[in-house]
Design a protein around this ligand. Structure first.
Ligand SMILES: NC(=O)c1ccc[n+]([C@@H]2O[C@H](COP(=O)([O-])OP(=O)(O)OC[C@H]3O[C@@H](n4cnc5c(N)ncnc54)[C@H](O)[C@@H]3O)[C@@H](O)[C@H]2O)c1
Length: 258
């Protein structure tokens, strides 16, 4: 039997990259999906491809959250949430405007907060537990020059996930909350970095220099981890970090042969 047969979930930022790969993987495993994003053309095409519902929704827009959750509840009970929408603004924070700092915080952190604030009550209404997956990053596990603002958002998500996992455990609601920490993954995010920063970046070049296995990950490889966390295969995991980074956080290797 498929891993997510009869399960219903919502994926934010689903039109591109990791979100789109996750939609394809979870749909293949039987999930019924609500996909949200700002990119309507790509989002609608993906929903047609995987047989889900697409909704235009900015994750920072609180007023739009009840409709997004209601769309998922309309497909049955809400079983999982994938808080994936995110942006990366990569430059020294000394060169970053307060507006950019706030925009990145709003999407990467407020968006995850709102996912939980509106999604967990729906899971509790259904009374059948559930799984919340939050996209953090290796940047949420350790520091990186030129990434301080992004790291601040992803570090916040890491501990938000752990604290929400404990709140749900304390409420005995059967809802698990975990964070996923991708390394360098070949998605369109690398081409979207704002002009003026060190953009655009080539994930192949960065991975060759900084990923022990020497290549970037593919979005489908992160989607496989998200599938595991959304499914009952991870039924004893909550408050945990799933690191999928080609060895980046394990340490360094020396390719110089010295
Ligand atoms: N690609 C990587 O190397 C990498 C590494 C670590 C973590 N991540 C995280 O994975 C997640 C997905 O990244 P990706 O690489 O697939 O990026 P991506 O740019 O390919 O996709 C992100 C999607 O989020 C959407 N989005 C942006 N702002 C939004 C908003 N306000 N409301 C709704 N949707 C919004 C975009 O339209 C886009 O479709 C992000 O949270 C990112 O920080 C990515």
């Amino acid at each position: 039997m498929a891993l997510l047969e009869n399960k219903v979930g919502l994926i934010t930022g689903a039109a591109s990259g990791i979100g789109a790969a996750t939609a394809r993987t979870l749909a293949r495993e039987g999930a019924k999906l609500v996909l949200t994003d700002l990119d309507d053309a790509a989002g609608r095409a993906l929903a047609t491809e995987v047989g889900g519902i697409y909704l235009h929704h900015d994750v920072t827009d609180e007023a739009g959250w009840p409709a997004a959750i209601a769309a998922a509840e309309g497909l049955g009970r809400l079983d999982f949430l994938v808080a994936n929408a995110g942006i990366g603004i990569m430059c020294s924070v000394l060169d970053m405007s307060l507006a950019d700092w706030r925009r990145q915080m709003a999407i990467n952190v407020d968006g995850v907060f709102l996912t939980v604030k509106y999604g967990i009550p729906a899971m509790r209404r259904a009374g059948n537990g559930g799984s919340v997956v939050m996209l953090s990053s290796v940047a949420g596990l350790r520091g990186s020059a030129g990434l301080a603002g992004y790291s601040a958002t992803k570090g916040a998500v890491r501990l938000f996930a752990k604290s929400m996992a404990l709140e749900c455990a304390q409420a005995n609601d059967g809802i698990r909350v975990n964070s996923v920490h991708p390394g360098i993954i070949a998605t369109p995010i690398w081409g979207k970095l704002p002009p003026g920063a060190n953009a655009p970046l080539d994930p192949d070049k960065i991975a060759a220099a900084s990923v022990p296995i020497g290549k970037p990950g593919q979005a489908s490889e992160i989607a496989d981890g998200i599938l595991f966390l959304c499914s009952d295969l991870s039924s004893h995991m909550t408050g945990a970090e799933l690191v999928i980074d080609g060895g980046m956080t394990a340490g360094r290797i020396n390719r110089l042969g010295t």
